[in-house]
Design a protein around this ligand. Sequence first.
Ligand code: AMP
Ligand code: GLY
Length: 422
Amino acid sequence: MKVLLIGSGGREHALAWALSASPLLTTLYCAPGNAGIAQVAECVPIAAMDFDRLVGFAKEKKIDFVVIAPDNPLVGGLWDRFEAEGIRASGPSGKGAILEGSKGFVKDLCREVGIPTAAYQRFRDAASAKAFADTLGLPVVIKADGLALGKGVIIAETKADAAKAIDFMFEGGFGESGSEVVVEEFMQGEEASFFALSDGETVLPLGGAQDHKRAFDGDKGPNTGGMGAYSPAPVLPPSLQQVAMDKFINPTVAAMAERGRSYQGVLYLGLMITKDGPKLVEYNCRFGDPECQVLMPRLKSDLLTTLIAMRDGQLHNLDLRWSDETALTVVMASKGYPGAYEKGTEIRNLDAAAAVEGVQIFHAGTERRDGRLLAVGGRVLNVTALGKDVAEAQARAYKAVDLINWPGGFCRRDIGWRALSR
Ligand code: AMP
Ligand code: GLY
């Protein structure tokens, strides 16, 4: 089969790596890809939002299956575009992707179905949003309804900051995404991610993972796209995973079907484990980044077969197999990330690092120029290791990190600390 993967980050490298092991695969293309993905796929310089050229390319190459990894094209309806041309693709559809595309939609769905989540209201004007925010305690959470490059959530510590955030959103700070705003109660607890695949009827759990969103050790510093992750995550023992399926995922998939939005795709549930039990923080319509980088090394079943079964409504025929080992990934980022950073710094000695036992390095923002490997993004590498437990996976990952010669980069030194301190 000829497969086209869409995206360019560490998540996509992990997917490309898993897809390339499939006995069904003849050729793997990736648009636009990166220097790491180029080791296992033919990269095509077409952006993930350039729907016309992506569809044109898929028709020209007679692509059999498309894997759409990032949120923006899914929410924008790229799945629908491919399927309209008779090209099978892993979804969800644009109608399904509203689970990530509208925070207000998800909150209403939770309320109607009885899924535990923070108290909230939706607003279309600043004055009423501020009035409601005033009735909640502090901190208070202000969210742009739509996609905002992962920046659309502001946790306001004071009433003045809450008002500022509300004004910023309604004044177009996040463009159209902020024309509606959700104001919600702050939830205290430990966060965890849970993943599942849905074909619209059958739902297969993929297990849990824990991300590290802050830039620096000890969960300090600004929020990032994620600085490291591990799976399985002790914060989500099997009993809580069952709760995630029974109280969150299954009711959501059923409610989506009832609303004419049959959900066929990856479902990423962001949970807050509060003292009153798990509550929904958000849904995403895709694999997490970097969570995907720790799920793929543990998946023993064929990813391509699995995604095709998800597309075709055949998940009831599958029984996924998983490694018992723990996977842990350390994100290496350009110094300055998530703020401004230098582009084009050179990375050396990756081969030695990749040779450490159990280690797999997934690239995020890299480019190869004149034989040199250059960092061209904020998050640049995912140094991933399997081990018998979090401690072993962590030791292996940092052993590899320490072999990488990249003066322009930095990473957190404490990925996995919550699991190790339990
Ligand atoms: P989201 O884009 O919805 O994932 O939100 C980004 C981050 O904001 C989450 O990962 C949480 O850390 C935090 N967050 C969002 N909503 C809440 C909430 N109601 N209470 C506490 N933290 C939240
Ligand atoms: N790791 C967070 C995300 O993918 O949204």
